[in-house]
Design a protein around this ligand. Structure first.
Ligand code: AMP
Ligand code: MG
Length: 339
């Protein structure tokens, strides 16, 4: 080989080596760089969405779906007779693991602090109302008798043992979405996730080191139509609204959030309550509690837990707690701030 040929070969080898380096770098970056996956699924009787940015986002999104489905099926569902909740309900209590013990303790505390406006033993009353495809206002006598078979005061937790002092049905309908968000966060903390937004019905987990924009749903509009936007850091946001599940009979609206004192849908003048908290279970339980309690008592209860609130009343007035005042923008001209 002449000198020219040798030089050409050296050049070719150098080019090949450079190409190999580029290829290896591209492959390495494809593995290391975070990707975003968006996924929707149905669980806990509602639509769920997961948007996740991580190096293994597809797998993480699938895992999130299985966390929610597994929690529902094995732990919280009242329909699946094998779930822990269904077994507790049919046996009037029993042994619980540490997680269930702590969920119940947190909820029992909300029951007590709300003076019983939140009560997760209303299962039978909720069943009578139904809020399924076929619904009608229940017979008052039937409702009255069902109401007698409720009452968090009769629930006792000591160690890993839960005892129902009477026959009632524990119902996680008001807090299960938040519990799922807390479990998802535990998973995300152990994964390579940079950012995630997970929504389970009206409860949302914001995950990552940045601020997020969260819309507060228009109580009179479709999902995706908002009246205000929050600009907040990572945490949990839950909204309870009378628009979520309801039916109409003789021109009257009956919604799914029950006043435990009467057994009828709560009438506190509120149409939607949003609670912002570090904790999923608290944001979810408190949004339901605040709906029943109304603006003044509800805001005070949330403050006791260090949570922030946005209430919307029947007159389209928006009441915002101090910690969110600089973080909210009302975007619908039909709604106005209380001040
Ligand atoms: P949420 O959408 O989180 O406000 O929860 C509403 C669900 O909580 C209902 O569908 C019932 O299963 C349950 N629920 C209704 N009223 C109450 C109440 N006062 N306390 C606790 N749970 C309730
Ligand atoms: Mg709730």
């Amino acid at each position: 080989m002449g000198e020219g040929g040798l030089a050409r070969m050296k050049k070719r080898i150098a080019l090949l080596a450079a190409a190999a380096v580029v290829m290896i770098t591209v492959i390495a970056l494809a593995v290391i760089l975070p990707k975003t996956t968006e996924k929707s699924f149905f669980a806990m009787n509602t639509v769920c969405t997961a948007k996740i940015k991580s190096t293994d986002s597809k797998n993480d999104a699938a895992k999130i779906e299985s966390i929610v489905a597994g929690l529902e099926e094995n732990v919280l569902s009242r329909q699946n007779g094998n779930s822990l909740t269904a077994r507790l309900n049919s046996n009037g209590g029993g042994e619980v693991d540490e997680k269930m013990g702590s969920y119940m303790s947190v909820l029992l505390d909300v029951c007590k602090k709300s003076g019983g406006s939140f009560d997760f033993t209303l299962g039978e009353v909720s069943d009578i109302w139904g809020f399924g495809a076929e619904t009608a206002v229940p017979n008052p006598y039937v409702l009255y008798n069902a109401l007698k078979r409720t009452g968090y005061e009769k629930l006792d937790i000591s160690g890993s043992s839960v005892t129902f002092g009477d026959k009632f049905l524990v119902d996680f309908g008001a807090a299960g979405k938040g519990i799922a968000l807390d479990e998802i966060r535990t998973y995300l903390d152990e994964s390579e996730t940079k950012e995630a937004v997970i929504s389970i019905g009206g409860s949302i987990l914001l995950y990552g080191e940045k601020n997020f924009s969260v819309g507060i749903r228009n109580p009179e509009g479709n999902a995706g139509s908002y009246v205000a936007i929050l600009d907040i850091p990572a945490g949990c946001v839950s909204t309870s609204g009378s628009y979520e599940r309801y039916f109409e009979e003789d021109g009257k609206i009956y919604h799914h959030i029950i006043d435990p004192e009467t057994g009828y849908p709560a009438k506190s003048g509120v149409v939607s309550v949003t609670v912002v908290s570090e904790s999923g279970i608290l944001s979810d339980a408190l949004s339901t509690a605040c709906f029943v309690l109304g603006i003044e008592k509800g805001a005070a209860l949330a403050a006791e837990y260090g949570c922030e609130t946005v209430f919307i009343d029947e007159n389209k007035t928006v009441f915002v707690s101090d910690g969110l005042r600089d973080r909210i923008e009302i975007t619908d001209a039909a709604y106005s701030s209380a001040e």
